[in-house]
Design a protein around this ligand. Structure first.
Ligand SMILES: [Zn+2]
Length: 336
């Protein structure tokens, strides 16, 4: 305990986790939760320029109703030295499988030298588009776990994530620490459900049923709840601790040291963090040079959000009605 939380957005403190020691590995089995889809997909995606003007806005106003969902496109990869994608697996989240050996030991599906890139706490101006640009240059992919509120601030950035073909899950509505005893069980469920509904609102379509707890704090009753909701839970195999790093090189060194020790793993990073965006180009080159291959994790089916939370998001954001008539045509003074 005692370390600052990630993203400057949380209310709780973070557990310090022991280094991963496991993995004497047994080549175990994946109980149907993970299946191989395809391999060697190579693609890249041109991205719009970052919206720099809003870079430091801590509380941007909610955006207007987003347009229809973007289509994910994968043009051929133009970088012959790109990290690329080693294989793509499809995840059946029925029953709420848990991934990441820091907390869940059942699903050891990664082969030696395989990594999964994951990014939390976005979408955020400048940093998220920078991460997207680097991933596109390396023709590779990751899983993004956006904060619901951030998705309502910057839906257009989250749409860039989707358009580039990455997987998107959720990371609660407000990044509340769900182990906080002041929260009722209902409030914890609200954080989970509203987070997914916010991401759905921003994207114009439901995201993957992939969830990551803020600060990797897992209250058992919420783990059970996610299982009932058929939502996969993502811890990690190795934490970059990028939110604590004062410079990019520290992140590169930490990740490479841990991945070389583990031999593989789901890597936790934050597209919200400036130093992470700065570290990513060299980090991906080092992973390539080290012989690592990226595994893309796709959901078999999108999450089924709950209607009451979808409606709550719309109500919260005070979205405009479908009418776009000017005030003067709607309101006429007839007596004064
Ligand atoms: Zn977080």
């Amino acid at each position: 305990m005692g370390a600052p939380d990630d993203g400057n957005v949380a209310t709780g403190s973070r557990f310090e986790f022991k280094e991963n020691k496991m993995r004497i590995a047994t080549g175990l089995i994946l109980a149907g939760a993970v299946s191989l889809l395809a391999s060697s997909a190579a693609w890249s995606q041109a991205l719009p320029a970052p919206k720099a003007s809003a870079a430091a806005a801590p509380q941007a106003a909610p955006a207007a109703v987003p347009p229809p969902a973007p289509v994910s496109t994968r043009p051929p990869c133009n970088n012959p030295n790109a990290l690329g994608i080693g294989r793509t697996v499809e995840i059946d989240t029925t029953g709420g499988p848990g991934f990441g050996f820091e907390h869940f030991k059942e699903l050891d599906f990664l082969r030696d030298k395989e990594v999964v890139l994951t990014f939390d706490d976005g979408p955020w101006p400048v940093n998220t588009p920078s991460v997207l640009k680097t991933l596109a240059e390396e023709c590779t992919t990751g899983i993004f776990f956006p904060i619901g509120k951030h998705a309502t601030y910057y839906p257009e950035i989250l749409r860039q994530v989707m358009a580039a073909g990455h997987s998107i899950g959720s990371h609660t509505w407000s990044h509340a620490a769900l182990v906080n005893k002041k929260l009722t069980e209902q409030q914890r469920k609200d954080e989970i459900e509203k987070g997914f509904s916010a991401v759905k609102w921003a994207l114009g379509k439901a995201p993957a049923p992939f969830f990551r707890f803020p600060a990797l704090q897992h209250p058992p009753e919420m783990v059970t709840y996610l299982g009932e909701r058929n939502i996969g839970i993502f811890s990690c195999d190795l934490d970059s601790f990028d939110f604590k790093a004062s410079k990019a090189q520290t992140i590169i060194d930490t990740v490479m040291r841990k991945v070389d020790k583990n031999g593989k793993g789901i890597i936790l990073m934050h597209d919200f963090q400036k130093h992470t965006a700065e570290a990513l180009p060299e980090l991906l080159k080092k992973l390539k040079a080290g012989g690592y291959k990226v595994v893309a994790m796709r959901a078999k089916a999108p999450i089924q959000t709950l209607a009451q939370y979808d409606e709550e998001i719309v109500k919260d954001l005070k979205l405009p009605t479908v009418s776009s008539r000017p005030v003067s045509s709607v309101v006429q003074t007839i007596s004064e």
